[in-house]
Design a protein around this ligand. Sequence first.
Ligand code: SAH
Length: 376
Amino acid sequence: MSRSNEPTPINLVFDEPPQKKKPPKHLADFSPEERREFAKENGLPAFRATQIANHYFSHLSIDPNTWSDIPAEMREKFAEIFTPQLITLVRSVTCDNGMTRKDLWRLHDGVLVESVLMRYTERTTVCISSQAGCGMDCPFCATGQAGLTRNLTAGEITEQIVAAARTCASGELPGGPTRLSNIVFMGMGEPMANYKAVMRSLRNITDAAPDGLGISARSVTVSTVGLVNGIEKLTQEGLPVTLAVSLHTPDDDLRDTLVPINSRWKVKEVLAAADAYAEKTGRRYSIEYALIRDINDQTWRADLLGRLLKNRNAHVNLIPLNPTPGSKWTASRREDEAEFQRILESYGVATTVRDTRGREIDGACGQLAAAELAKP
Ligand code: SAH
């Protein structure tokens, strides 16, 4: 996608960008019913799909040699049909004594995406990509700079999550084996612009065994620039994941620049859609706000945001800007950040400052840009 000052065309929002060669089908692309159909199409009894789903989601196993309920001579074939390898690890980089790990993945067509795994005392979170690149063109975000390469399939998204769950279970992270507890759609891409695949992935995460990972919707966060039609669809799904809205400023004037899709859906409309989501799901939503020095961190903006949010079921996440290469923007001064938070709290708006995990390995918010990394 070319970078220009033209607003993003509206009809892009749910469009599939052209794909040269489709990735192989994977059981994670399908609903449980479709998996059984898929088995039949391959001349197999439906229950085989359920067995393989159980190996994949419950045991996190893609090693057919361990599938003892499948006749030995059929295992390889079944793995080819149901669980072809969709993502291949290119390299991992770690920081925070190994507690943060960024993985670079190559997809079947050579496209690269990243995910970040973060272990905390109480939880382990994976931040995954829903698209290769992103078409939303936010000027402060590294992923936005290269434009959108393509949507990921549900299989490709789910593989990042299952790989993270496997890493947790295997004890590779310092501290020994653990469970993957949280998933955030805050890596590369705009989840609402790849709605169907993201929705299938959400079902794979939340469906109980053997159909999915059985992780509660409350532990999943979907972050969006504010595609109102996507938020409205999600509201109807009956799946109470945490919604995060990347607001970054309370006024349309500046937001038109920081989040260009604002030219289509204004601050008021985005918040109204988030309110409806909160109303329907009973879940408080998050407002993401990257604090950019002298751009969106003025006290008057904190006041405006406080007034806007004081009677809403929202929580603000302040993110110190992670500067991207070549950008003239940088993080707010510590004292301005503290003042911003103080003002919001004076309106009774719950506010936290996001940690900058992964910053040194370009694995923090808005830093994921695999294409750049892969250059020789
Ligand atoms: N497209 C989605 C999810 C991807 S990014 C969205 O925009 O919400 C996840 C969060 O990181 C978003 O809130 C995004 O605005 C923020 N972000 C992007 N670039 C950043 C940067 N350089 N510093 C801090 N946060 C950034």
